[in-house]
Design a protein around this ligand. Structure first.
Ligand code: ADP
Length: 455
């Protein structure tokens, strides 16, 4: 069943139940009022008749019958019977017709003084009338023709009202459910036209207020992220092939040079040295690519544990300075940690070291004094590590792109590197639920700040 039909059905069921409950209530209340009113009229009739019979000496049975038959307010099929204490009928308002009742009814009336019951489809009232030691039982019965016909009319009106009301509510339910769900159908149509080839397409965000508009907005955000991811993937592949092609082309031309004519041993040595450096570059590049691929792949099953970030900083510093002795890395605490746990974060030591190595290396590599200043600071929620240098810096435009794989600024072309390190670092920090921010000024220096949440 479609959502539209389900909503319409639920709406109609609710409206129909309300209508049915109200109709039944109205009918029963009206029926009760009618019955009570009719019993009152029957009681009055019974009392008036017995009073005339017993208390008014001038009226005898014959005259009373005449009065009874000629009263304008007489009820339909009206009959009044009066019995004495021995159950002997002493007055009947009609000669031929009788009231059908159980013989026990007279005793019940004497006991309860007043009884309301039925005789066939007529209503019947029994009253105990006491006068001068005489205990008389009066039975009055009649058919409430007028009241019953009013009730029939009410039943008919309510029945038709119910039928029309429920039909209208079904129609309105289908109409309004269709109206409310139309934007979803439109979104459906638009979504079905989106493929990997036209990810730049966006859904209509309507009034940007209601739930469906918010669904479209969120979907558009997802589309935007997907588009970015696809673009990154595309540019990654083209950059990677370009980066691999350059050293391979250099290798090939070196080899061709060596094969063209006989060379001296010195010239062969030079070619081999060049081949060696190009091969090193190729190995470096493939290692970086492999690491990037592994980082993306295995990010979901990395082992996380308590890591003292200052320990990792010192290990990375020693490793880097050990490999490149001209680098200087100065580590400083902004606020001395009061407890050991203040520099503890939840993470993977190897991956965090990889990030720090990359940032320390960049800071030293891109500054003439080859010096990086590391500052550790902590607060209740985070542990921050800033890596600052007084190097070549970056333009605002470069800052926007440095986390994209293979992006290298124009001012670093004579420096070694592939432009992959920062994109790996950013992903690793994201994996640790931290942030990696950068401030830089061209020609003055750069400052990278890692912020990692505590445990
Ligand atoms: P690589 O250093 O191998 O080129 P990275 O991914 O580490 O690759 O850095 C990407 C780019 O960001 C660098 O090519 C450079 O343009 C810029 N960059 C990174 N760190 C610095 C820094 N400390 N000073 C100036 N530029 C930097």
């Amino acid at each position: 069943m479609t959502i539209r039909n389900r909503i319409a059905l639920q709406f109609s069921l609710i409206v129909a139940s309300i209508l049915v409950v109200f109709s039944v209530l109205i009918y029963f209340i009206s029926a009760t009022y009618r019955r009570e009113e009719f019993y009152d009229r029957l009681k009055n009739k019974a009392l008036t008749t017995v009073r005339f019979l017993i208390e008014v000496k001038e009226v005898d049975q014959k005259l009373l019958k005449i009065i009874d038959r000629n009263t304008l307010t007489a009820l339909f099929d009206e009959k009044v019977l009066v019995f004495d204490a021995k159950n002997k009928l002493i007055y009947a308002s009609v000669d031929d017709q009788v009231i059908h009742f159980e013989s026990s009814l007279l005793d019940e009336v004497r006991q309860r003084k007043e009884v309301e019951t039925f005789s066939g489809h007529n209503e019947l009232v029994g009253l105990l009338y006491q006068h001068d030691d005489r205990n008389l039982v009066v039975l009055a019965s009649a058919y409430d023709k007028f009241g019953e016909s009013k009730l029939d009319n009410l039943r008919l009106t309510l029945g038709w009202g119910l039928f029309v009301g429920i039909s209208i509510s079904i129609g309105l339910g289908i109409f309004f459910a269709g109206q409310s769900l139309r934007p979803i159908s439109q979104i459906n149509e638009q979504v079905s036209t989106i493929t990997a080839r036209n990810l730049q397409q966006r859904l209509d965000e309507g009034n940007r207020q209601d739930e469906i508009a918010r669904l479209a907005i969120n979907f558009n955000t997802v589309l935007q992220r997907l588009e970015q991811a696809f673009d990154q993937q595309r540019s990654f592949v083209s950059h990677a092939s370009h980066e691999l092609r350059t050293p391979l082309a250099a290798l090939k031309s070196e080899i061709q040079l060596g094969l063209r004519k006989r060379l001296t041993v010195g010239e062969y040595e030079e070619i081999l040295t060049n081949l060696m450096s190009d091969t090193d570059r190729l190995i470096g590049l493939t290692n970086s690519l492999l690491f990037l691929a592994r980082t993306m792949e295995s990010s979901s099953h990395v082992l996380f544990q308590r890591v003292r970030i200052d320990d990792v900083i010192f290990v990375a510093k020693d490793e880097l300075v050990g490999a490149k002795s001209t680098y200087r890395i100065e580590v400083d605490y902004q606020n001395i940690p009061e407890t050991e746990t203040e520099t503890v974060v939840y993470g993977n030591e190897d991956l965090l070291k990889q990030v720090l190595l990359n940032l320390f290396d960049n800071a030293c590599k891109y500054s003439s004094n080859q010096t990086a200043q590391i500052r550790i600071s902590t607060n209740a929620q985070h542990c921050q590590i800033s890596i600052e240098d007084q190097g070549i810096g970056m333009s605002a435009e470069d800052v926007q792109h440095i986390f994209e794989p293979f992006y290298r600024a124009q001012n670093v072309l004579e420096y070694d590197g592939f432009g992959i390190g920062l994109s790996i670092s950013a992903k690793l920090i994201e994996l640790h639920r931290g942030t990696l921010a950068v401030e830089s000024q061209l020609g003055k220096g750069s400052k990278f700040t890692i912020s990692l949440p505590h445990l």
